[in-house]
Structure formats: structure tokens, C-alpha cells
Design a protein around this ligand. Structure first.
Ligand SMILES: Cc1cc2nc3c(=O)[nH]c(=O)nc-3n(C[C@H](O)[C@H](O)[C@H](O)COP(=O)(O)O)c2cc1C
Ligand code: SF4
Length: 680
């Protein structure tokens, strides 16, 4: 062994990979796969697909998996057909799932989640009959007897979970669900023993823990997911959170996990705009108050960040949820110190949460195999084929990667550098992390020996007589220029040029097109340098007020408009950004509104000239005196060469934007790349 090799003896992630003893059980490392309701929990007869999803992560070394939230009662279901675990005949199907995880020496806890007033059905119940702003159903106020029955139902589910072989349960006490609704005074107006004083309001959570402990005995993990930062005005104060945490420990919990925010609160907690590890300071703040280990959570997406949280004493364990959708072998690659091969979660929510909210199965934009492990197994293809991929945007990268990983010989070309539209996206503030997807695919292509030709413009002559089993066109899109008088004026530029030349953009700008790219460009133009992210969203890290919020007065002082005058215009007479994703659209609209962006809908564009952009709005002619007009009016597919080769009978395929230039849909593009590669 050389002297250099000898020096590298200390594992790179020594804190993260260190076991943790919690008395009767040892966790083999400090990495927890956080709870994610995937939509696979709802299968009637078996949890086979969910078992495959968990097993792939367990095999790759995760210490503990927390299941998606499952209700202990009918009223607590998130929607009428979502999952509930309350009868003995469900034990067998859970047991098979647990066995799949235990086969790889990993632990698994069942999360028990009662939705309370967030239940999306008319049978919703809550401490008081107060409707949530995000549900159409007013809940029924629980009677004292019904409260006792729900406590017993939590204990019953835990008992059944133990019978099925689970190592423990996580009690969901955050994010604004039922337990949280008992704790906070805005949702709990009761005057009996379950309402009024803080002691009364936390009684429900403590009784649940005690009842579970009584029903499962000592050697069973109880995690309590505690809302450490409610982010609303009537949320808990810091003093109350400490008091609650101490009581949770006394009541018999083994671990406390971190919950941040309520679903109804309009402050981002997991989107890409949230800084990495943004909330580990809250977990750290609680460490002095309790002796049991604490788990930190939210936006921790790399082993380096997780290691840092542990080394800085923020927590004893790190929960990562979406990173396990993005990469099933996150822990294994961490153990092997191969972090450049980790497919990093880019916090887009497009493949996961946005799909779950539409009652679709969760997956991952950057890893479309997630939750589809059975349909796309990690196996080699029967015969080795030669595959040429033209265009290495994310569709091409995905196709090249999956084809090569299935044993095919892949040769790839890009007219510039790999990444395509993701390279542009990564220039938008808050989307810098999109670079990681390109880094990941490039690292994989290099490992798999794919020949990548950069800055190589492939022409008809190059491909006319070439032999290949498949030629894949992933040539992407070009910006579409609308037919407006003066579109060639020097003040006009397309979105790609605007992003590349952002430093040269002056102060008065009109953006034509208020879809995803229009929003991206507007966000780029109004982004403030050096802004404190917490302050900009009204979060007080000093925790002086309830819910961890700044006072309205301080918030208003901070909400000063940026220096640019930006108009975001659209032809359609509908809400700007109507089709933006559910979990992030509101953040984007709010950001632009607060930055003073003028949004105009139902606009008719007359012409562009030296005086500016001439429009008709609300029946009135206006001239917007601007320095630049940026066109974000969609894209056109780039597929001329594909059509030429198709006509002469070459074995061509087309994917991504080159096939259909919809609003940049990277999720479809990456999935199409994978599906095509599996067909070879
Ligand atoms: C698809 C999806 C489903 C989720 N379902 C649950 C759930 O059932 N219970 C829960 O406590 N948290 C749930 N979460 C939240 C995660 O546990 C986690 O707090 C959040 O994703 C932030 O952590 P991350 O940045 O590591 O993903 C879900 C998250 C996602 C993306
Ligand atoms: S879809 Fe986006 S947010 Fe969800 S896991 Fe994948 S990369 Fe992360």
C-alpha cells in the first residue's frame, strides 16, 4: 500500500456512519429515511411495490426507514381511499413489507398520522369545528369520548405494527395534523381538559405516547415528530416547545424528530428556495432540553451536509426523505465515499409531492425508477446493442445512462456541453442545485464508459450510413418567438439569451409569457443579493415570538421592493402562472408580488419600437417604456435531423422536448429517456 493510500484511513463520514445505541436497539448509522407517503400504501391486497421500494433502500445501508403516514382510524385518513391500519387481518401484508427491510439488517417504523381537519373528506374531525384554509370540509368537533377512542386507536395501530414486526412507530405530531391542531390555540378552542391551558392542549399527544407505550411494552421504538417551528402567529412559543419535548420524553418516547411549519402556512419549508439544512438550528436549540436523541430534517440532501449537521451538534440523527427517492443507494455511496455518484434531490417537488397531491403515485423527477422498482429492475439487457444519443439535455443524459447501465454500448453527442435546459435553469436563483443532476449523469456516463462527444454538431452526412441499433434524438427545444411587430427590435431577446447575459440587463423589463420560464426569468431579475432568507420569509431565528415569526412591523420593513421595474405579461385572461406546480406555485407568485413585479393578464401586444412595448390592457392602449422585452412564449421542438433520418429508414427514436415542446417538462423528458432505454 502506498503512503498516500495509508493516510486515507479515516472514513470520510465518520459522524454519519457511526452507530447509535438507543438502549434496547442499535441503529447501524445515523441516517434515517424520512416518512413519505408514496401512494403505494393504498394497495388493497399487498404492499409488494412498497416493499420493493423500501427493500432497495434497506439493501443499500439505511439504518431506519419511517413509513409514510398511515391513519389509525377512518376519520383520520388523508382522503377517503387513503391508508388505514387498524385491523388484525392487515398484519400479514405489513409483515411481508417489514421482512423485506429486515432481510438487510435495517429497521423500520410505521408512521401513525391522523389528518384531523386536513382530512380531505366530510368525516374530518378536529379539537374544534374550525375549517382549515386548505380544505373545503369543516371538521366535526370531537367529544371527550371520541378523543379517548382516537388515543386508543393510536395504541391499537402501534400494537398491530408490533405484531407485524415493525421496530417501532413514529407519531406524527407536526405539519398541522390532528395532534398539532390540539397543541395550538388557533385550532383548539375547547374548554374541557383537552383545551385552554398549554398543559391541557398537549395532553392529547402525551396520552397517545403513554397509551402506545402501555400497549407495546418497553422494547419498541416510539418516535414523536414534534412541530419545533409552527410558523404561524398562534403557534407554540419556544418555552412551550421545550416543555412539551420534556413531557414527551417522560411519557416514554425514545426519539424526537423535527417537524417544521404547517401545510396551510405560506412560508416555504422544503422547496428548492429553502437553503440547505435550513432548519437544523431549531433541532440544535432543543438539544439542551432533553436527553433522548433528536433527529433533524428538511433540505438535507447530501452526505456532506448531513455530516456537518452532526459535527456541529445540531442533532444525533439525520432524516432525509426525498434524497431517498432521488437515489436508492445514497447510503451505500456515502459508505464507499463515492458521493459524486449520488443523484442529488433538487427539491423540485415535481415528481414526488406534486404527484401525491394529484393522487398519483410518487416518483422522482431525477430518478423515474423510484416507486417503480419492479417495472424497471436493475438488470442487464439480454443482448448488447449500439445506441447513439444525439443531444445531452436531461432526456438524452437519462437515455444514455439507463442504456449504458443495462449493458449497451452508448455513444453520445452534444452540440455544446451536456445539461441543456438544466444548465439554464441552474442560473436561476434557488435552482442552482439543478447543476447536480447534470453532474450526476455525467459522472455515471464516465463510470460506464459512454463515449461523450462535446461541442459536436452532428449532421445528416454523419448519420446517413452509420450502423446503430438505435439513434436517439434528444435534441431539445429552441425558444419560440411570437409574431409581434418589431420582434426584431434590438431591445428584444429570448429567455435563453436573457439568462446567459443576465449581468447586462438594465432596470426596466417586460417579460412576455407568464408560464414557468417567465416566472424563472422574473425571479432572476428581482433576486436580491445578500438577502437573509429567514428574514425575507419572516422567520425569526431568535425565536422571540410564537411560531418563530418576526413581528408584522419588522416584516414590512424588510419587504422593500427591488430596484428593477419588471412587468410579467400574458395574453390569456387567467391567473398568472396558473399551471405552476401546486407545492411551489404559491411561493413563486408570492416572491414576485413582494418584489413589486407588475403582473398583467389578458394583454394584447401591438408592437415593439424605440418607445417601448405597446400593449392593450383592459381595453386601454399603453406604452411600457422599458429597456428590454424578454420573450418567454414557449418553445419549438428541434427535430429536423430526426425527420430526415426517419425518412431514409434509419432506426431513429425521439424523446423529450424534441418530441413535444410542452412547457419545459423535465420530468417527462427524463422518464422518456429511461423508458426508451429499457426498451432496447
Ligand atoms: C412525497 C412525500 C410524502 C410525504 N409524506 C409524509 C408523511 O406521510 N408524513 C410525514 O411526516 N412527512 C411526510 N413528508 C415530509 C418528509 O418526511 C420530509 O419532512 C420533507 O420531505 C422534508 O425532508 P427532505 O428535504 O429530506 O425531503 C412527505 C414528503 C414527500 C416528498
Ligand atoms: S422529484 Fe424533485 S424534490 Fe422530489 S425527490 Fe425527486 S428531485 Fe427531490
Amino acid at each position: 500500500m502506498s503512503s498516500i493510500q495509508k493516510k486515507v484511513t479515516k472514513p470520510a463520514f465518520s459522524a454519519l456512519l457511526k452507530p447509535l445505541d438507543i438502549g434496547f436497539v442499535q441503529l447501524k448509522n445515523r441516517i434515517i429515511m424520512g416518512s413519505m407517503h408514496t401512494g403505494l400504501e393504498e394497495q388493497w391486497f399487498s404492499l409488494r411495490k412498497l416493499a420493493m421500494f423500501y427493500e432497495e433502500r434497506a439493501r443499500a445501508g439505511v439504518a431506519l426507514i419511517v413509513s409514510g403516514g398511515i391513519s389509525p382510524t377512518f376519520s383520520g385518513r388523508l382522503s377517503p381511499f387513503s391508508s388505514q391500519f387498524s385491523t388484525w387481518f392487515q398484519v400479514a401484508k405489513h409483515r411481508r413489507l417489514v421482512e423485506a427491510v429486515h432481510a438487510h439488517d435495517a429497521k423500520i417504523c410505521l408512521q401513525i398520522l391522523h389528518a384531523g381537519r386536513y382530512a380531505y373528506h366530510p368525516f374530518a374531525v378536529a379539537p374544534s369545528a374550525i375549517k382549515s384554509p386548505i380544505s373545503p370540509y369543516t371538521p366535526r368537533a370531537l367529544t371527550g369520548r371520541q378523543i379517548r377512542k382516537i388515543i386508543e386507536a393510536f395504541a391499537n395501530t402501534a400494537r398491530l405494527a408490533k405484531r407485524a414486526g415493525y421496530d417501532g412507530v413514529e407519531v406524527m405530531g407536526s405539519e398541522g395534523y390532528l395532534i398539532n391542531q390540539f397543541i395550538c390555540s388557533n385550532t383548539n378552542k375547547r374548554t374541557d381538559e383537552w383545551g385552554g391551558s398549554f398543559d391541557n392542549r398537549i395532553r392529547f399527544s402525551l396520552e397517545i405516547i403513554r397509551a402506545i407505550r402501555r400497549s407495546v411494552g418497553e422494547r419498541f421504538i416510539i418516535i414523536f415528530r414534534l412541530s419545533m417551528l409552527d410558523l404561524h402567529k398562534e403557534g407554540s412559543s419556544w418555552h412551550e416547545i421545550e416543555q412539551h419535548a420534556k413531557e414527551i420524553e417522560k411519557a416514554g418516547a425514545n426519539l424526537i424528530n423535527t417537524g417544521i411549519g404547517w401545510h396551510e402556512v405560506r412560508i416555504p419549508t422544503i422547496a428548492a428556495v429553502v437553503p440547505e439544512a435550513a432548519f437544523s438550528w431549531v433541532t440544535k436549540k432543543l438539544k439542551q432540553a432533553v436527553d433522548i436523541p433528536l433527529i433533524t430534517s428538511n433540505r438535507i440532501n447530501t452526505p456532506e451536509l448531513a455530516e456537518r449537521c452532526l459535527l456541529e451538534g445540531d442533532a444525533d440523527l439525520v432524516s432525509m426523505a426525498r434524497p431517498f427517492l432521488a437515489d436508492s443507494r445514497f447510503v451505500q455511496k456515502t459508505m464507499e465515499n463515492q458521493t459524486q455518484l449520488i443523484n442529488t434531490c433538487i427539491a423540485c417537488n415535481q415528481g414526488c409531492l406534486d404527484r401525491v397531491f394529484k393522487h398519483k403515485r410518487a416518483t422522482c423527477m431525477v430518478n423515474p425508477r423510484a416507486c417503480y422498482e419492479g417495472a424497471y429492475p436493475l438488470t442487464q439487457s439480454g443482448s448488447r446493442k449500439t445506441v447513439i444519443v444525439i443531444g445531452l439535455g436531461v432526456a438524452g443524459l437519462s437515455c444514455a445512462y439507463y442504456a449504458a447501465s443495462r449493458g449497451h454500448q452508448v455513444i453520445a453527442y452534444d452540440a455544446a456541453n451536456p445539461g441543456g435546459q438544466f444548465n439554464l435553469a441552474s442560473e436561476i436563483p434557488g435552482k442552482e442545485v439543478y447543476r447536480e443532476t447534470v453532474r450526476y449523469f455525467e459522472a455515471q456516463l464516465s463510470l460506464l464508459g459512454v463515449q461523450v462527444h462535446r461541442n459536436f454538431e452532428v449532421g445528416f452526412e454523419d448519420l446517413r450510413d452509420i450502423f446503430a441499433d438505435a439513434i436517439v434524438f434528444a435534441t431539445g427545444v429552441v425558444p419560440r418567438m411570437p409574431d409581434i411587430e418589431g420582434i426584431d427590435h434590438f431591445s428584444v431577446m429570448d429567455y435563453a439569451s436573457a439568462i446567459i447575459n443576465k449581468a447586462d440587463i438594465k432596470d426596466k423589463v417586460a417579460i412576455i409569457g407568464a408560464g414557468g420560464i417567465g416566472f424563472d426569468v422574473a425571479e432572476m431579475l428581482v433576486a436580491k443579493q445578500q438577502e437573509d432568507w429567514y428574514q425575507s420569509w419572516g422567520i425569526d431565528k431568535q425565536y422571540a415570538n410564537r411560531g418563530g415569526l418576526l413581528t408584522e412591523q419588522v416584516k414590512q420593513q424588510l419587504n422593500q421592493h427591488g430596484k428593477r421595474d419588471v412587468y410579467l405579461l400574458q395574453r390569456k385572461n387567467e391567473k398568472p402562472g396558473k399551471n405552476l406546480a401546486r407545492t411551489t406555485g404559491w411561493i413563486r407568485r408570492l416572491t414576485l408580488r413582494r418584489a413589486g413585479v407588475t403582473m398583467m393578464t389578458g394583454v394584447r401586444y401591438e408592437k415593439i419600437d424605440d418607445f417601448g412595448l405597446h400593449v392593450v390592457h383592459n381595453g386601454e392602449s399603453k406604452t411600457l417604456a422599458i429597456d428590454h422585452v424578454i420573450i418567454c412564449a414557449g418553445q419549438e421542438s428541434e427535430n429536423t435531423l430526426y425527420r430526415q433520418l426517419h425518412d431514409i429508414g434509419q432506426p431513429v427514436h425521439i424523446i423529450g422536448g424534441a418530441k413535444k415542446a410542452a412547457e419545459l417538462d423535465a420530468e417527462t423528458a427524463i422518464r422518456e429517456g429511461m423508458i426508451l432505454a429499457y426498451s432496447f
